[in-house]
Design a protein around this ligand. Structure first.
Ligand code: ADP
Length: 270
């Protein structure tokens, strides 16, 4: 729907009288404003949930559970988890705003992705081990070098691999694959495609287009249970955009999902 604002300014032109009409499309402004309002409402809600829990437990520890050492330990554990949740949310919000602010500036470091992925996998090893998940990396023989921002690319693959571990099911495996594309049709040039594939429950097609929206989750309760903020894929999307790349998501219910990061090849581009 289109909202057009019309402004009328009376004019006197060469002795006669007239009016200037200005037309402005308000719909995109209003949409942006609505999105901003929704975002603030979502952030407030996401922060209030753990905060309410914390306040409740503080009250209980002051009152009924005052002299109960068992209850105190259990409640402190829950409080620690809730504080951790708030900490992750604030961290992701800061990442998102930093990435958004930099989105127009194209990153220029030369980044080798095989080594970067090995580091990300090593850092995620304890999480993967706890879920009984193995992470398989199938790197090509040659180095995979792109123009990028190393810290941000770490964030991209950290988020995607952590999701694959979280939503990939117990005792499953996560597979990381590389493909060189001579001519990527949308980027119109050579590119590297890095795929993070899991064998989890998959994502129904109606959710796919909205997955990278901030706070969009297929199952909010489940995401929260697993410590998710709902911001990971929004951050991934912004970083990939900043690299002038593409994020493709393919999924089949019951079979698993593939998140494909396509980044322009440095050599071909320069
Ligand atoms: P969250 O912190 O909730 O994981 P993300 O932005 O990383 O937030 O992901 C958004 C939602 O996309 C998740 O809540 C989940 O429903 C879905 N999702 C992400 N990755 C996968 C995956 N590998 N398999 C199934 N669902 C996924």
């Amino acid at each position: 729907d289109l909202t057009v604002e019309v402004r009328v300014t009376p004019l006197s032109v060469a002795g006669g009288r007239g009016a200037a009409l200005a037309f402005e499309d308000r719909s995109s402004l209003e949409r942006a404003e609505q999105m901003r309002r929704d975002f603030v409402a979502n952030v407030s809600h996401e922060l209030r949930t753990p905060l309410t829990a914390l306040m409740g437990f503080i009250e209980t520890l002051r009152g009924p559970a005052k002299n109960d050492a068992n209850a105190r330990d259990r409640f402190l554990g829950i409080m620690e988890r809730e504080a951790g949740r708030m900490n992750r949310l604030v961290g992701d919000l800061l990442s998102l705003s930093r990435v958004e602010a930099e989105e127009r500036r194209r990153p220029v470091q030369s980044v080798e992705l095989t080594g970067l992925l090995r580091n990300v996998i090593a850092a995620l090893r304890p999480t993967a081990d706890a879920a009984g998940v193995t992470i398989e990396l199938a790197p090509p023989d040659e180095p995979v070098t792109v123009a990028g921002d190393a810290d941000q690319l770490v964030q991209v693959f950290d988020n995607l691999i952590e999701n694959a571990v979280k939503y990939g099911g117990r005792d499953a495996s996560v597979h990381l694959g590389f493909a060189y594309l001579e001519h990527e049709p949308v980027l119109r040039g050579p590119a590297w495609a890095i795929t993070v594939a899991d064998q989890g429950e998959g994502i129904a097609p109606e959710h796919l287009p909205r997955l990278t929206e901030r706070f969009y989750r297929v199952d909010t309760h489940r995401s929260r249970e697993q410590g998710g903020t709902g911001l990971g894929l929004a951050i991934v999307k912004h970083i990939v955009n900043r690299h002038r790349g593409r994020l493709k998501i393919e999924s089949e219910k019951g079979k698993g999902s593939r998140f494909i990061v396509i980044l322009p090849d440095q050599i071909g581009k320069s």
